[in-house]
Write a protein of this length. Structure first.
Length: 397
């Protein structure tokens, strides 16, 4: 019998990059210059948040226990809102995958499914049609989330969510809650429009998002005024989304205890602690540093609820993932590294990213003397960040 995916070793030395840092260097040589500027963009163009993400993750040390017996078989599987995930990694909602490989989001979905990982499909900013993803046979049984932004134009949102739920392909809906501006779009759009002829998947009218359509089913072009983030987001808008579907709703872009508690009060079933790799606000705190505070306070504020907390932003090694799981994350999300893999070698490149991380995790866990990620705890983190006494915050007036 074949050993379950969650416990199989992989050979990352079979060829190509052997770390995500090498993968980034290889991808930079493959991607179009406009695309590389897009994927590398950070708010303020100085990358302060990204650097702080890495500095904090690198500062965390792990506590080894040795001579503990059999560590051959490693179990990486976790339970996420009642669903098994063989690898505790979910591809973060990222945009326009056809910029990186001709198969676009299909390659991404297939890589995640083949690797036992999850995939948050970015509905509005996908370069492949929704129908392509839900009808794709190679990835049909893969773990998927359905991601949306709260754009100013929300006319079709109820039908979109109804279709996602009825398809049976998605385990949850992810809502990015911290986009009250169009910073990334305003920076990158002129570059893409100027180089449109270099991207064959773009239609002549500049259509980039085949799922973002008007009431007649016509796709909006890239420079349409309809594609604008809502500058007046409230928790009421988030709560309205929870009434449109029976799928669990996960709030993404949370960086404070107060906002995490507000999200749960307004119907969130899970939280993604994220600074988007520094793309939205420079000098925001490292997501991993905020993580244990939010985990601890949610447990105190909602003792009768199991609120899974996830984290992304700057994770580049299996050790990074282990640190976050030990500090209370149920699973992690990764964004840019998957795009690097797609740029380097399509679906196989994305699978190589997972192979690298899984191999890292399993060898690190053997060194720690732990055979299941479910046994990771704060005791494995050396000099953890102090967590203040929990307190329940009142709803802002």
């Amino acid at each position: 019998m074949q050993q379950p995916l969650a416990g199989r070793d992989v050979n990352v030395r079979a060829g190509g990059p052997a770390s995500l840092f090498e993968m980034e260097q290889a991808a930079a040589k493959c991607a179009h210059p406009s695309v590389w500027r897009y994927v590398s963009y950070t708010a303020g163009l100085r990358g302060v948040t990204g650097k702080k993400n890495r500095k904090f993750l690198d500062s965390i040390l792990l506590k080894q226990r040795i001579m503990v017996g059999d560590t051959e078989h490693i179990d990486l599987s976790v339970d996420v809102l009642g669903q098994r995930l063989d690898t505790p990694i979910i591809i973060a909602p990222t945009a326009f995958h056809s910029f990186f490989t001709p198969e676009g989001e299909l390659a991404t979905a297939r890589a995640a499914a083949a690797s036992g990982a999850g995939y948050a499909y970015n509905f509005y900013l996908s370069s492949r049609k929704y129908s392509d993803i839900v009808n794709d046979q190679p990835s049909k049984d893969g773990f998927k989330w359905f991601h949306i932004y709260l754009f100013k134009n929300r006319r079709l949102l109820k039908n979109v969510l109804a279709n996602a739920e009825s398809s049976g392909r998605f385990n949850a809906v992810v809502v990015t809650c911290d986009h009250p501006h169009d910073r990334v779009k305003n920076y990158q759009q002129p570059d893409f429009v100027h180089n449109m002829q270099d991207f064959p998947f773009l239609q002549e009218d500049g259509t980039l998002m085949p799922n973002f359509v008007d009431e007649h089913g016509k796709s909006y072009p890239l420079d349409s005024p309809e594609i604008v983030n809502d500058y007046a987001l409230t928790w009421k808008a988030f709560e309205e989304v929870t009434t449109m579907t029976n799928l669990p709703i996960i709030a993404k872009g949370i960086l404070s205890v107060e906002d995490a508690i507000e999200a749960v009060k307004h119907g969130a079933s899970g939280i993604v602690v994220s600074n988007h790799g520094g793309r939205q606000l420079d000098s925001s705190p490292p997501a991993a540093q905020v993580l244990p505070h939010i985990v601890q306070h949610l447990r105190f504020a909602f003792p009768d609820k199991d609120i899974p907390v996830f984290v992304d932003s700057g994770l580049r090694t299996g050790g990074d993932i282990i640190k976050c799981l030990a500090m209370g994350a149920r699973a992690v999300l990764i964004g840019r590294p998957i795009l690097w893999g797609l740029a380097y070698n399509g679906q196989q490149g994305a699978e190589q990213v997972f192979n690298i991380l899984r191999s890292d995790m399993m060898d690190d866990m053997r060194s720690l003397g732990v055979t299941s990620v479910r046994d990771l705890s704060a005791e494995r983190v050396f000099h953890p960040v102090p967590i203040p006494m929990p307190q329940v915050y009142s709803t802002p007036s």
